[in-house]
Write a new protein. Structure first.
Length: 298
């Protein structure tokens, strides 16, 4: 049996790929900046995996996602497994929307202004709707893919473009509701995930939570219980959306409905309606289209 690779500066997890510095670390994964055989910067994500059957299933799903091309989905160049890890080679981004929020809160002591936020989230919504649509070939049938971990840190910034990243929890769907057990990030996960169910509109719920967090700096719900619990999906407290306008509240309440079928028909519709609601409440009369960031952002 091969030994698990030591992740350290200078290691080569694949011929021609050399680790340069760590970019992030979570409970089950690490992201490293690396250099490829052409000395170009790329990102390598190492997902810990000790079960062979799980590894095969996840690699197949990721390889299917690798074939999906959209300007707002991070491009995965290579997916492979090695002792102890699933490894994904992908584009290297400048920062995430969470980084941008942190920069605004540090420099201006405010969350993201709507005129900055909406152009970014409109792109994220476009990528999500493309990914979610039942149009992708997987194991001989047309499926949609739910991302299953939409949150500000997984919406990456590359110039004036944003790209959805981190597809390690993504899963195919062939109907409105699909059994699901991988879970996700508690603060952003849709209530049906607590019941072991994945809806075709679960990502929309997470996008709505992300919108409120980036827009206000607060979550719409109190911290959920530790771990995923079935009864939370039925006893979830009402959302506190008091930090946005009444018209935005109404739209978010629908996106955050406990019943997936009652949510908006698409993520793009949700973000477009929120943009209109914000314009109406402020009397701006035009949609947001420019993007700017504080000088000391990243």
């Amino acid at each position: 049996m091969q030994n698990r690779l030591n992740l350290e500066v200078g290691s080569e997890p694949f011929p021609g790929l050399k680790l340069v510095q760590i970019r992030g670390r979570g409970g089950f994964a690490e992201v490293w900046e690396a250099r490829n055989e052409r000395n170009q910067p790329i990102a390598l994500k190492f997902i810990s995996s000790d079960k062979t059957t799980t590894t095969i299933k996840e690699v197949k799903s990721l390889q299917a996602l690798q074939q999906i091309n959209h300007p707002n989905l991070l491009r995965m160049e290579r997916v492979w497994s090695m002792p102890g890890y699933i490894v994904i080679a992908m584009e290297l981004a400048e920062a995430s929307l969470l980084d941008l929020l942190d920069a605004y809160q540090t420099e201006f002591h405010t969350p993201l202004p709507p005129e900055i936020l909406f152009p970014y989230l409109a792109q994220a919504a476009s990528g999500l709707d493309f990914m979610n649509a039942r149009r992708h070939l997987f194991e001989g049938r047309k499926v949609g893919f739910q991302h299953c971990d939409i949150k500000p840190s997984n919406i990456l910034i590359m110039g004036e473009t944003v790209k959805l990243a981190d597809f390690g929890l993504s899963a195919p769907t062939v109907m409105m509701n699909t059994p699901y057990s991988k879970c996700g990030t508690l603060d952003f996960a849709a209530p049906e995930i607590h019941r072991g169910i994945l809806s075709e509109r679960s990502d929309q719920y997470s996008l709505a939570v992300s919108y409120y967090y980036l827009r206000t700096g607060s979550f719409p719900f109190p911290p959920p219980p530790d771990g995923f619990r079935r009864k939370y999906s039925y006893n979830r407290p009402a959302a506190d959306l008091s930090l946005v306008s009444r018209s935005e509240r109404r739209l978010l309440e629908r996106a955050l409905d406990v019943r997936p079928e009652s949510r908006w028909e698409s993520c793009e519709v949700l973000i477009r309606e929120l943009n209109y609601a914000w314009m109406y409440s402020t009397g701006t009369g035009q949609s947001s289209s420019s993007i700017c960031v504080p000088s000391s952002s990243f």
